[in-house]
Design a protein around this ligand. Structure first.
Ligand SMILES: Cc1cc2nc3c(=O)[nH]c(=O)nc-3n(C[C@H](O)[C@H](O)[C@H](O)COP(=O)(O)OP(=O)(O)OC[C@H]3O[C@@H](n4cnc5c(N)ncnc54)[C@H](O)[C@@H]3O)c2cc1C
Length: 441
């Protein structure tokens, strides 16, 4: 059994951020990052569909400790390279164990045992950086008669080397993924049909824009609060700005209920105007041998169907958690500051913002974790366990993937300001670690 101070699970943005802050604050601490995949980057290693890129500006999506030097919107492969460069620059990469999947975590005798498919670890702390998605099972709607369809079906999360050239392609879905991939698919395909139940909110980003982290932080947050306080007028403003929207083509949800999709230099809107593209605002009824039948009876002929239908949310990577021989159901816990769970000692977990940069939250949570560890070290404490607080509450965001998984989520009634980076920044930095909600022993 390997004994170390901290086990970090996952080598995406959260895992790298955690490692950076642990190294900075505790140079003598021993840690390992356990990663199921054969490379780092998490989302940016897995997502390889055409056109994959960030939706958030890279001024806020990049790390503060290694600012992004490229254009305002990062392409998928460039973000992956940036994450790798960061891991190498700060000597983090050597601490990653690849191809190693954590299967269970059990807490006994004031320490964690982390079981993996290769070797097991004992540590005082575990920090889960497993992202928000089920890596194996994305959201894949099952329509009738799938076995009759003779074309190829691919989900964007499982993109391999799917050929697009000269194909009749249907893209199902209207969110960020559909918006970013459409221009890239249109370039190669013979014909593209976009099948959308309801459009997404899309904003255009000028690819040449130069800015700063501070400016982008305030701009996004002011935009967000404006859209909350003046819902109707804000919606009207967006609809008036983009001719893409009209009386029948308006998103079914409020602006900023989820991160708006990003059109880069109007590429999405331009691609819609080409004679290769048709948009169908309809639900799917069933598969046909040569295509997809819509609920209005129309059949869309296609030899490749791309499911841009999103993800299934998953907290803590679906890992079994056992505390003193009792299996924990996350749904029975409360989510302490969106970084710990009641009744689970010495386990921290990251989740980012979905209406602001994910990385920004990973950084403030990492700093708070370090402050907690410093406090415990100073006071000679061994365990920290949040108490159960409050009742079930509504999610802060109403993205479909969150609503689909509410029965797996902890309640978030205790101080989890998902929508407010500035407030969380101040709270995480300046409030007492021993705030009465965490039991320290
Ligand atoms: C296409 C796309 C575009 C996005 N664009 C943006 C954007 O512009 N801005 C933004 O803020 N957010 C964006 N996001 C959200 C994105 O997921 C986060 O920004 C961020 O990359 C998540 O990082 P993470 O480290 O928390 O999780 P992930 O990147 O998901 O990494 C989790 C890691 O944990 C590993 N893991 C999981 N379970 C286990 C296990 N049991 N054992 C070992 N390892 C395990 C996984 O293999 C993975 O490497 C986007 C998401 C997608 C899918």
């Amino acid at each position: 059994m390997n004994k170390i101070d901290v086990v970090i699970i996952g080598s995406g943005i959260a895992g790298l951020t955690t490692a950076y802050y642990l190294q900075k604050n505790f140079p003598d601490l021993t840690y390992k990052i356990i990663e199921a995949r054969n490379d780092l980057g998490g989302t940016w290693d897995q997502m390889r569909f055409p056109g994959v890129r960030s939706d958030t500006d890279m001024y806020t999506y990049g790390f503060t400790f290694n600012p992004w030097q490229g254009p305002i919107i990062g392409q998928g492969k460039d973000i992956k390279k940036y994450l790798n460069d960061t891991a190498v620059k700060f000597n983090i990469r050597d601490n990653i164990l690849f191809d190693t999947k954590v299967t269970s975590l059990s807490w006994n005798n004031d320490q964690w045992t982390t079981k993996t498919n290769r070797q097991d670890f004992i540590s005082q702390y575990v920090i889960c950086c497993t992202g928000s998605r089920d890596y194996k099972y994305p959201n894949f709607p099952k329509f009738k008669d799938e076995d009759k369809y003779q074309g190829e079906i691919v989900h964007t999360q499982d993109w391999q080397n799917t050929a697009i050239k000269d194909k009749n392609v249907a893209i199902i879905g209207s969110g960020c993924t559909a918006v970013t991939m459409t221009p890239a698919v249109v370039k190669e395909a013979k014909k593209v049909t976009l099948i959308q139940r309801s459009p997404a909110w899309i904003i255009n980003v000028d690819g040449q824009e130069k800015s700063t982290r501070l400016y982008k932080t305030f701009e996004t947050l002011i935009d967000y609060f404006h859209s909350r306080l003046f819902k109707k007028s804000y919606k009207k403003k967006i609809i008036a700005k983009y001719p893409y929207y009209n009386d029948t083509n308006v998103p079914a949800y409020d602006f900023w209920n989820q991160r708006p999709a990003c059109s880069l230099d109007h590429d999405y809107f331009i691609s819609l105007k080409t004679n290769k593209v048709t948009v169908e605002h309809q639900e799917v009824s069933n598969w046909e041998p040569h295509g997809i039948k819509l609920k209005n009876g129309k059949v869309i002929e296609c030899d490749l169907t791309i499911m841009a239908t999103g993800l299934n949310a998953q907290i803590l990577g679906g890992i079994d958690i056992v505390v003193n021989d009792k299996t924990i159901r996350l749904n029975d816990t409360s989510w302490y500051r969106g970084m710990m769970f009641s009744g689970i000692p010495n386990l921290f977990a990251h989740t980012g913002y979905i209406n602001f940069s994910w990385t920004a939250r990973c950084e403030i949570v990492s700093e708070r974790i370090c402050r907690t560890l410093q406090y415990m070290h100073k006071k000679n404490l061994t365990t920290c366990t949040p108490k159960y607080v409050g009742k079930k509450s509504k999610p802060a965001i109403e993205a479909n993937y969150v609503l689909r998984s509410m029965d797996k989520f902890p309640n978030r009634s205790y101080k989890f300001y998902n929508a407010n980076y500035i407030l969380e920044y101040l709270i995480f930095k300046f409030t007492r670690i021993n705030d009465g909600v965490v039991d320290f022993k």
